[in-house]
Design a binder for this molecule. Structure first.
Ligand code: UD1
Length: 372
């Protein structure tokens, strides 16, 4: 029997792009393989426009070789309600028109939640990639997005066994859950050669394993004047001993300006605009250690075994701590933890199971199995 499966793939914000790239690649290679003639996969890529700056969006399409989106909802920024509602209003007519068999959402951003809500009410099947992660902290907007998305999704594709355990505890039946591994690592593995050809180290005048790579953008860190002031003065302090490069998210830059936080930016404390995919991964591999609050960088640093301090009270990615190179820190402990990590040997931890570059293959097989 010849079966056609129509899939809408949703990407909205920076951390989504490296997750959809391998899925699209897998769909395209499935279509090119003549032995797959019994199932035809057809996809449309929908960019919600949650992130829209060249450095938050376009550069990732270029670096990752993602085809241009078929549709851009251009929702832009706004409060959580406004952003979520705008995605919903603009996505619903597309679902009505396209009548997909599946909508694939990734991660935990507002676009993930918005598209899931639309599909649940229209009776369209949702597959959630990176399902089951939990920080158990509902103060994080992403945690709300994860819980609601997983409660409504029809297929929960998980990156690690802790995610399966979380979903089972929430009463989600086994039949909906499938451990597929970490799709973000598919992108990392595919791009390793290009990553290692990056010239960013030379451009910034840095030496391998003799600099700190910093990315911080979570509201819990950067939306407080006191917290952000302490972070910036701590970075100034360590830059006396080791160069620091801070790839600054637009939210963080905006908050520094709003709070009139000044810092002595010099050769050893470099504030740069958000970096592209290859440059960011190059710095992740080459850094002595990383200070971040990003979800993805906790995983990427684990893959490279680069010590990582995560400035958060919790993580939805515990495997990066139990197996990988990650450690949680707080504003109060930041100084001591930095001093400790500076004393480490450079490589720590192990790569978790199924972070093997083949997650997208497992995702597509699973979608086909669940459709036929
Ligand atoms: C979003 C995700 C977060 C993810 C982060 C990665 C949610 C709830 N949060 O947070 O999980 O870790 O993306 O970056 O979905 N802005 C720009 N240019 C852009 C996009 C945003 O200047 O292209 C500025 C705007 O001032 C905007 C602010 O950044 O108001 C926040 O953007 P938003 O998409 O609301 O959330 P992020 O903090 O980026």
């Amino acid at each position: 029997m010849n079966k056609k499966i129509k899939i809408l793939i949703i990407a909205g914000a920076r951390p989504n792009f490296m997750k959809v790239a391998p899925i699209i690649k897998q769909i395209l290679s499935h279509s090119l393989d003549p032995t797959n003639h019994h199932t035809q996969l057809e996809y449309l890529l929908i960019h919600t426009g949650q992130h829209y700056d060249e450095k938050m969006s376009d550069i990732f399409f270029e670096d990752l070789g993602i085809p241009a989106p078929d549709i851009n909802l251009t929702v832009g920024s706004g409060s959580h309600a406004v952003q979520t509602a705008n995605v919903m209003m603009k996505f619903e007519p597309i679902c009505d028109q396209e009548k997909p068999d599946w909508v694939v959402v990734v991660g935990d951003v507002n676009s993930t939640l918005a598209c899931t809500l639309v599909c649940a009410k229209l009776g369209i099947k949702i597959a959630h990639v990176e399902a089951g992660l939990r920080s158990f902290d509902r103060g994080m907007p992403e945690e709300i997005n994860r819980i609601v998305t997983d409660a409504l999704a029809d297929l929960l594709l998980t990156p690690s066994t802790d995610a399966n355990d979380n979903l089972k505890k929430e009463g989600i039946p086994d039949s909906k859950i499938k451990l597929v591994g970490n799709v973000m690592i598919d992108s990392l593995v595919t791009n390793l050669e290009k990553v290692r050809a990056s010239q960013i180290l030379n451009q910034l005048g840095l030496v391998k394993k003799n600099f700190v790579y910093v990315t911080l953008h979570r509201p819990s860190n950067v939306d407080s004047r006191e917290g952000l002031t302490i972070i910036m003065s701590e970075l100034e302090r360590i830059s006396d001993d080791i160069p620091v490069v801070f790839s600054m998210h637009p939210r963080t830059r905006k908050m520094c300006e709003q709070f009139c936080i000044t810092f002595d930016e010099n050769k050893k404390l470099r504030i740069v605009d958000p970096l592209g995919y290859h440059d960011s991964l190059f710095l992740t591999e080459a850094a002595r250690f990383i200070l971040t609050d990003s979800g993805g960088i906790q995983e990427e640093s684990t893959y490279f075994k680069t010590p990582c301090l995560t400035l958060r009270p919790n993580t939805e990615r515990p495997v990066t701590i139990t197996m990988g190179s990650n450690k949680l820190t707080t504003i109060d402990r930041l100084s001591a933890d930095i001093d400790e990590v500076l004393g480490f040997c450079t490589e720590i931890g192990q790569i978790p199971p199924l972070w093997d570059g083949l997650a997208s293959e497992r995702i597509i097989s699973c979608l086909i199995d669940k459709t036929i």
